[in-house]
Design a protein around this ligand. Structure first.
Ligand SMILES: Cc1cc2nc3c(=O)[nH]c(=O)nc-3n(C[C@H](O)[C@H](O)[C@H](O)COP(=O)(O)OP(=O)(O)OC[C@H]3O[C@@H](n4cnc5c(N)ncnc54)[C@H](O)[C@@H]3O)c2cc1C
Length: 202
């Protein structure tokens, strides 16, 4: 049983995983089982080129971030399960947890974060009732969002990134994933607001 399972290994999903992973030393997070279905084939990062993102060297490719993000996650926070080569087909509610069915197996998890991007090709069963036209994209592009309030679709079911209704910019999608992570950490911390900061030792 996962405590939190992130679906999607793009900007939002990997950012969410990094922040959740970084909370390992905190008592409220140390024993949590966290996973990410790190499917990246259809990430918008595959063809993106970044010149306008603070902290990224101009000319950085999205494809390089897909690789370096996975490496950053596995080297700094190896306790996060990276589930490779699987695609999610269905998310369903069972009592007080969720079943996440992939093309290979079924995972049980208490919390789900959906971060699969805002394309209308999204075909995960069990989410159809939340799909609406994207509120901040050109109508002609036919983008979608999962209706939510502050990233929360329903109890313990979160959406992050462009699929949460944000415009498609790398920093926004990453920030959305980080935002969801701190919401989950706050939940695990008994509702007391929390964040994770590293600092330079002097
Ligand atoms: C050509 C191009 C150029 C861009 N240039 C810029 C730029 O210059 N500056 C800027 O700020 N932004 C730019 N962007 C936008 C930026 O790349 C996106 O805003 C960002 O990638 C969105 O992040 P996301 O996590 O919402 O979606 P994505 O990064 O698309 O991630 C979604 C992830 O979900 C996975 N997934 C999908 N379906 C499933 C499933 N069923 N099961 C499991 N996983 C699944 C996908 O494989 C993917 O890894 C550009 C985008 C494109 C396409």
């Amino acid at each position: 049983m996962y405590d939190a399972l992130i679906i999607g290994g793009g900007a939002a999903g990997m950012s969410c995983a990094l922040v959740l992973g970084s909370a390992k030393p905190k008592a409220y997070a140390t024993h949590k089982n966290i996973g990410i279905v790190i499917h990246q084939k259809t990430s918008h990062l595959q063809t993106a080129l970044f010149n306008n993102v603070l902290g990224l060297t101009p000319g950085t490719t999205g494809a390089s971030i897909l690789n370096s993000g996975k490496e950053q996650l596995s080297s700094l926070y190896p306790h996060i399960d990276q589930i490779d080569n699987e695609k999610v087909l269905e998310v369903s509610k069972k009592d007080n947890y969720f079943k996440v069915k992939t093309n290979k197996t079924i995972y049980d998890t208490k919390i789900v974060v959906i971060a699969v991007g805002y394309t209308n090709l999204m075909t995960i069963e069990g989410l159809n009732q939340y799909i609406e036209p994207h509120p901040r994209a050109a109508i002609a592009k036919d983008r979608i969002w999962l209706k939510n309030t502050d990233h929360l679709i329903e109890e313990n079911l979160y959406v992050a990134g462009t699929l949460a209704g944000w415009r498609s910019q790398f920093a926004i999608a990453s920030g959305s994933g980080a935002h969801v992570a701190t919401d989950i950490l706050t939940l695990w911390n008994g509702g007391k607001h929390t964040k994770v900061h590293d600092k330079v030792e002097v």
